[in-house]
Structure formats: C-alpha cells, structure tokens
Design a protein around this ligand. Sequence first.
Ligand code: PGA
Length: 253
Amino acid sequence: MRKKIVAGNWKMNMDLKEGIALAKDLNSHFLANPLKHNNEVILCSPFIHLASVSPVLTAPGLSGGAQNCNDHKSGAYTGEVSAAMIRSTGALYVILGHSERRTLFGEDDALLAAKTTEALRNGLRVIFCCGEVLAEREKGIHFDVVKRHIEKGLFMLERDEFSKCIIAYEPVWAIGTGVTATPAQAQEMHHFIRGLVEGHYGKEAAEETIILYGGSCKASNAAELFANADVDGGLIGGASLVKEEFCAIVSAL
Ligand code: PGA
C-alpha cells in the first residue's frame, strides 16, 4: 500500500525564528495527534532553515526537505547549495522541477535530470514537479507537457532510483491563484501519469508511485481532491504557512 503524503512548500517565506516556531508547533501537533501509519508529512523549508528545522522534527512520520539543490557535487558555484549539504542537515527530501524554478530561474529538463540524479546519489528523496501552464491546457497539449517533464526528468533513472521519487502534479494555472483543478481534472492527470510509469517501469512500480496534487490545495478542498484513486496527497504552498490550515489538510488524508 503506497503512502499518503502531505508536503508543505514554504517557498521564500518566514525568517528563521518564524520557521522554527512553525516547525515546533507542527511537531507538537503531530506528537499529540500521531499520523496514521501510512501517512507522512514533509516540511520543505528555505535552505537557511534546514539545519535548525530538521532536529525539531521528532514526531513519527514528520520530516524535512529543501526546495532546490545544485546539480554539481561541490566546487566553485558561489551561492549554491549541494545535495550532500542538504542531506547533512538531516533533511530527507528535495523538491525539484517546481514551475517557479522552471519559469523564473530557467531550469530546463536536462538540468532537472542532472539535479535529480545528484539528489538521489546523496541519499535524498525527490519530490519531482510537473505541470502545464494555462495556454498549454487551453491548446489541449497538457498531457504532452506532463509526459515530457516526466520522461526527461525521471525516466533516465533505474527502477530502484525511481522508487525514491514522488511525483507532484501541479498545474501552473492553479499555483497560488486560488483556482484549483477540479477533482476530476486532478484524477485524470494522475491516472495518466501512473500509466506513463507503468509503460516505463511496469505495473508494480506504477502502483507504488506516490503522486501528489499541488495548486491552491487548502483545507476546504483537500478531502475531495485526496478522495480520488490516483491522488496520494498534496504539495501545499500558501496553506502550509498556517498551522491550523495545514493540519486540517493533513487530516484530509
Ligand atoms: P499553492 O502552491 O498551494 O500556494 O498554490 C503550491 C506549490 O507551488 O507547490
């Protein structure tokens, strides 16, 4: 039975003190209200928070992650952070391929494949994002776009490496806009993605792959999104910054 996961993507929000306070609050909540055995919660904080947040996360099933990493092992890359550095903080995950990285920072498929490989090599698990922009959906090429993201970013991996990746479908038109994909739209794309995985790695791998939905997911719509057979939880941006809202989303698992 694959896990159900809610991951918070804090993006570039909260200073160190605020980040630690939220992590502590959430940890206390999940100590008092333990997660179900196949549920997991991941907090993806800014780099600067990682070393302070990771040790705070002691509740079973609660872990930390980063939002990006460099594709090189080490060296003269001023301002960059390596996968090994992230892992050394105790963080277990890294988000790669987020649409904001693709669009605002020009990250392409080849770079993301290299980052994914480097992250896995250093013992991180990858939350790999894919998703179309509105114009692509309107043109009816959203399946092609998602197929390309996944084929180029993940399908170079061996099966055992791929099994350490979580896929997050995030339609770009739903990110931070308040417009959420309908449960039917989410299920349709998640089913398509699972089919791609089956075609490449086989049925067993497809059944094991965790596919999260992201894009204006909040407490009021999480349950109807998570109720779909192929939606295994969510990647949460704005709503992950407010304890009550985030905990309500986790309860919807
Ligand atoms: P949102 O962001 O929940 O604020 O729409 C989701 C994401 O970008 O991961």
